[in-house]
Design a protein around this ligand. Structure first.
Ligand code: NAD
Ligand code: TDX
Length: 332
């Protein structure tokens, strides 16, 4: 049995990963999470207490991190400020957590020689034109657009430097847009689902032509476990499930699946610097490590996600009004 530390394990993708690890391995998991507005204890409810422990704290707290790294053999680093719209409003926490926090973990990994896997995003590569035949690969140059994605790019480069300069045993993965249970209602898909549940019309930024490459969070988790088991230290792997959809198609699919007219949405103010399209080529992960996604039907995954938000209103209802007030103040 491995002893694993999962940073950000009370957030969306981190909590999905903790559930996945409990179900598919015998590892013990310590979650280190600051429980910011994006973290939620309830996302870990029901997990066995002898397998999962929650430590509430900051990844930039060097003494705490040092203590925890002394007790584990593997660290999976999800903790981040993750929302582009917030980074346009107030970039500072993005630098503190995504850059200084990752630096703090790397220094501890160096001292304790633990295996570290760093979770990152396809947004570090910037965006693609709608008609570009290329997709992002491990060789695509970094070209981030937003304060969020620039701090994620910085954190990736720190990891690469700590591998090369200090021999830290780290891998990196850059994943496309995730959907599934436990995602905060500030994000696109849960915002629109919970809007429809509340009788509010979905809100599409600009013309809605922007394309995102969707992957179910559970497929992201299986890819990360595969990289931990079979990945080569020092290497980067892109994670994606060939799930390109325009935002307009996603909103129309949500409305259709929820029994509403497919055009019952509003166009609102566009996001500043809005990336047009992300698309991942995950050939390396599939051919070298043998990974395959399980959720190949996006609409079936969306339907299950809609059911989860209908069945778990108490999980999201406390955050909804504040999020809508924030967007309303920006005309979104
Ligand atoms: P999230 O915002 O839902 O969760 C982030 C978690 O980190 C929260 O539980 C929060 O409390 C915690 N956290 C924040 N600052 C912290 C700090 N200083 N110390 C300890 N904990 C802290 O984010 P998410 O969508 O689950 O994303 C998780 C990771 O995956 C991030 O690194 C993100 O860049 C990456 N990623 C996300 C997506 C996506 O579609 N959401 C896609 C690719 C990569
Ligand atoms: O109300 C909305 N209307 C809308 O049209 C919201 C909240 C978003 N959008 C658009 C913006 C994007 O084109 O939907 C798309 C998805 O938006 P987000 O959910 O904010 O995700 P995105 O900006 O693509 O970033 C996500 O994927 C990459 C995660 O939030 C990041 O953490 C991850 O790195």
């Amino acid at each position: 049995m491995a002893r694993m530390l999962v940073t950000g394990g009370a957030g969306f993708i981190g909590s999905n990963f903790v559930h996945h690890v409990v179900e598919h391995t015998d590892h013990h998991v310590t979650v280190l999470d600051k429980l910011t507005y994006a973290g939620n204890r309830a996302s870990l409810a029901g997990l066995p207490e002898d397998r999962v422990e929650l430590v509430v704290g900051d990844i930039a707290d060097a003494a705490l991190v040092d203590d925890l790294f002394g007790r584990v053999d593997t660290v999976v680093h999800y903790a981040a400020e993750s929302h582009n719209d917030n980074s346009l409003d107030d970039p500072r926490p993005f630098l503190d957590t995504n850059v200084v926090g990752t630096y703090t973990l790397l220094e501890a990994a160096r001292r304790h020689d633990v295996r570290l896997h760093h979770i990152s995003t396809d947004e570090v590569y910037g965006d693609l034109e709608l008609d570009d035949p290329e997709r992002f690969t491990e060789r695509t140059p970094y070209n981030p657009s937003s304060p969020y994605s620039s701090t994620k790019a910085a954190s990736d480069l720190l990891v690469r430097a700590w591998v090369r300069s200090f021999g830290v045993r780290a891998t990196i993965s850059n994943c496309s847009n995730n959907y599934g249970p436990y995602q905060h209602v500030e994000k696109f898909i849960p915002r629109q689902i919970t809007n429809v549940i509340r009788g509010i019309r979905p809100k599409l930024y600009g013309a809605g032509e922007n394309v995102r490459d969707w992957i179910h969070a559970d497929d992201h988790s299986s890819a990360v476990l595969t990289i931990l088991e079979k990945g080569e230290v020092g290497e980067t792997y892109l994670i994606g499930a060939d799930g390109e959809e325009s935002n307009r198609d996603v909103v129309e699919a949500i409305l259709g699946l929820m029994g509403e007219p497919r055009d019952a949405y509003d166009h609102v103010a566009d996001r500043a610097g809005h990336d047009m399209r992300y698309a991942i080529d995950s050939t390396r992960l599939r051919t070298e490590l043998g990974w395959r996604p399980q959720f190949s039907d996006f609409r079936a995954g969306l339907e299950a996600t809609i059911r989860w938000y209908r069945d778990n209103e108490s999980w999201w209802v406390g955050a909804k009004d504040g999020v809508e007030a924030f967007y309303a103040s920006k005309g979104q």
